[in-house]
Design a protein around this ligand. Structure first.
Ligand SMILES: O=C(O)C(=O)C[C@H](O)[C@H](O)CO
Length: 318
């Protein structure tokens, strides 16, 4: 069942070559072809939770582009704002997975098809039925030459009084820390919710302690500062008050995509007016579940799976 909420995001997606064995990429000979990309993962996460999720993107007009398009569409993502471009190949990402489930990425995405997006492609109609817009630093890194596109999305979202969430998702393989800071700080004054790793926010702000980071985000007028700390849970600062949740203990297989799942769940809980503790609990549960399945988005749970996991209920499986 679709909820009454709609979310909009924009970004590149990639064919993800998932290694069939752990350890350094140079020794991996077998891969499983999957798909990934921070914003598309987020859109799938929202869709699985029952929201209407729209993803703006461009894919190469090639076999890999078709794979990604069909995958996202099959997951219930609204791909009406995804188009194919002739002269740029669909992005590819080779993943390396370490024994503890942590991942490294090796990108082939320069140029990415999303760099073909134009300001005119962002129209008011795209925002119909949308309550929240989610941007991430991956899109900004890949397409910061065309920052005006993100700015146009923000402008329309502001006019429509939509919630704007932002995940810095810093990828230093895509841009320098200095450029990331410069670009992201032009976005922050319009952000309502920042969903970030501690190290990412420290890198952007140049601040260290939680108090300094709180002051930094409050300075931009950000309402929710959400710090994601992987298996150690997460913290939220709203109205000057901290709430924290210790997270869940699971056996991680592949942690890539957990942050995107967390973001989708946070938006779901936020739009449904969850109180702060419940909000973090719910988002941590989704993040934890993502890590238990190989692939960037396959572990994103349906709503009933998250609720059962939080209540420690067994699902009837046979
Ligand atoms: O989008 C990216 O840059 C990726 O590395 C692909 C992954 O699916 C994504 O990062 C997970 O957050």
């Amino acid at each position: 069942m679709q909820s009454e909420f709609g979310v909009l995001t924009i970004g590149d997606a990639m064919i993800t070559m998932n290694p069939m064995s752990t350890g350094p990429l140079r020794y991996v000979t077998n891969f499983e072809r999957k798909v990934g990309g921070a914003e598309m993962n987020f859109a799938i996460g929202c869709s699985r939770l029952g929201m209407h999720s729209k993803w703006i993107s461009r894919l190469g007009k090639d076999e890999f582009g078709r794979v990604i398009y069909n995958f996202a569409r099959g997951e219930g993502v609204d791909v009406s704002a995804v188009d194919f471009v002739e002269d740029v190949a669909t992005s590819v990402n080779f993943k390396e997975i370490q024994g503890n489930g942590n991942g490294k990425t090796f990108y082939y995405r320069d140029p990415s098809p999303v760099t073909s997006l134009k300001e005119e492609d962002i129209t008011e109609e795209l925002f119909e039925g949308i309550q929240a817009v989610h941007l991430t630093g991956v899109y900004l890194a890949v397409n910061h030459q065309h920052l005006s596109i993100a700015k146009k999305i923000i402008k329309i979202a502001k006019e429509k009084q939509l919630t704007i969430s932002f995940d810095p998702n810093i990828r230093l393989k895509l841009w320098s820390a200095e450029k990331a800071k410069e670009v992201i700080e032009t976005i922050l004054p319009d952000v309502d919710i920042i969903l970030t790793g501690l190290d990412e926010l420290q890198l952007i702000s140049g601040k260290e302690s939680l108090d300094e980071l709180k002051a930094y985000t409050e300075g931009f007028g950000i309402q929710d500062l959400v710090i994601k700390d992987g298996s150690r849970g997460s913290k939220l600062c709203r109205n000057g008050e901290w709430t924290s949740d210790s997270g869940f203990t699971v056996t991680p297989i592949d942690s890539v995509g957990a942050g995107d799942g967390f973001d989708a769940a946070y938006l779901y809980g936020y739009l449904n007016h969850y109180e702060t503790q419940q909000l973090l609990r719910f988002a941590n549960a989704v993040g934890a579940l993502v890590t238990t399945v190989s692939g960037d988005n396959e572990g994103l749970p349906y709503l009933e799976d998250v609720l059962a996991f939080i209540d420690n209920k067994k699902m009837i499986e046979r």
